[in-house]
Design a protein around this ligand. Structure first.
Ligand SMILES: Cc1ncc(COP(=O)(O)O)c(C=O)c1O
Length: 354
């Protein structure tokens, strides 16, 4: 039987990098993947992906999960032991804001959101000021996990901050989990290896279905004992899967073929940001990887809304209002023609930079 694969010709959708669709090459890799029963530990492609990503992180083991939400929630469940417990995290982190209150449901843990003093990333001082160490008064839930996120809204968390926070937390016997859903982007942008980024982290979650372009999947990485525990909970949560090699094959393909294209996506985001600011739009966060967040205040909102409408007629989708800003996310299925089109359309709006 001949299988026809329809190639993705155009995916001019800036709402998120989660909109990326499998390419012909990725689909071919998936079709040809050797598979087995992954719950029995017998799927060779899943095993290959887990071992490759564990090695990439310089850690002992990895667990292929359905999504980043699952990876993060399994990490929380596997790190914690018995309530009352709390997890210190960035107040705008995905783990706190966008995982449906999972920590309270699945791990009976309280999230302690902290607003960074520099308004972007947590520093060791922010963490130190908010740790709950002394429970002698019994009103509080002691900090039993610190959760970081890199990149955060496209901004790279500096390695030194991660190292200082880990040293502080470890000094109190507290493990650190990294939501590294877009750590691929951080590494591509800075040239710092994934292994260097996660050296001091106790666990990390890496997503495959964002800029990496896979249909589903994430990898939770850590020590063998930690991953064994997480694998147990993955089964409890209904996430033990069988011939998952067809999905793992997409991940292996992405590491070799999509990850190397991220640098170009970052250059495109930079070009977009520079052009838009020259035309009078305002950035709400620095553009360091693939995200451009534009101000949607009273001055800029009409122009942003007009831009969304005008581009819609050209087949370009914009429109994710994120934390009060218009978020444009560049991914490997946005080409240079599309960036040109957004810039030329924006230039017709008459916003002035002075
Ligand atoms: C930083 C971060 N972490 C975790 C997730 C969760 O990913 P998923 O929706 O695939 O579970 C997202 C999703 O956008 C995210 O941006």
């Amino acid at each position: 039987m001949q299988v026809q694969i329809n190639d993705i010709k155009r995916n001019w959708d800036f709402r998120s990098d989660t909109v990326t669709k499998p390419t012909t090459g990725m689909m071919a890799a998936m079709l040809n993947a050797p598979v087995g029963d992954s719950v029995f530990g017998e799927d060779p492609t899943v095993l290959e992906l887990e071992s490759r990503v564990a090695k990439l992180c310089g850690k002992e083991a990895a667990l292929f999960c359905a999504s980043s939400t699952m990876g993060n929630q399994l990490a929380i469940r596997a790190h914690l032991h018995s309530p009352p417990e709390s997890i210190l995290c960035h107040a705008k982190s995905h783990i706190f804001q966008y995982e449906s209150g999972g920590a309270s449901l699945l791990s009976q843990a309280m999230m302690l959101p902290v607003t960074p003093s520099n308004s972007i990333n947590l520093t060791a001082k922010d963490v130190e000021d908010n740790l709950i160490l002394d429970n002698s008064f019994c009103h509080k839930a002691p900090t039993k996990l610190v959760a970081l996120e890199n990149t955060f809204s496209g901004v790279v968390m500096p390695l030194e901050d991660m190292q200082q926070i880990a040293a502080l937390a470890h000094g109190h016997g507290i493990p650190v989990h990294l939501d590294g859903s877009r750590l691929w982007n951080a590494s591509a942008a800075t040239g710092i290896s994934i292994a260097d980024y996660v050296k001091d982290m106790d666990s990390v979650n890496l997503c495959l279905s964002k800029g990496m372009g896979c249909p589903v999947g994430a990898l939770l990485v850590g020590s063998t004992a930690f991953i064994d525990k997480a694998r147990h909970f993955r089964k409890v949560f209904g996430g033990g899967w069988r011939q998952a090699g067809i999905l793992a094959a997409a991940g292996l393909y992405a590491i070799d073929n999509i990850w190397p294209t991220m640098k170009h996506s970052h250059q495109q985001a930079r070009r977009l940001a520079d052009g838009m600011t020259r035309m009078g739009f305002t950035l709400v966060l620095p553009v360091e990887t693939n995200m451009v967040l534009l101000a949607l205040d009273a001055e800029h909102k009409p122009a942003c809304e007009k831009l969304i409408d005008m581009l819609k007629t050209e087949g370009v989708i914009l429109g994710l209002v994120y934390e009060g800003s218009l978020r444009l996310v560049v991914h490997h299925q946005i080409d240079d023609t599309c960036i040109d089109l957004v810039l030329s359309t924006a230039s017709k709006l008459g916003l002035s930079s002075n």
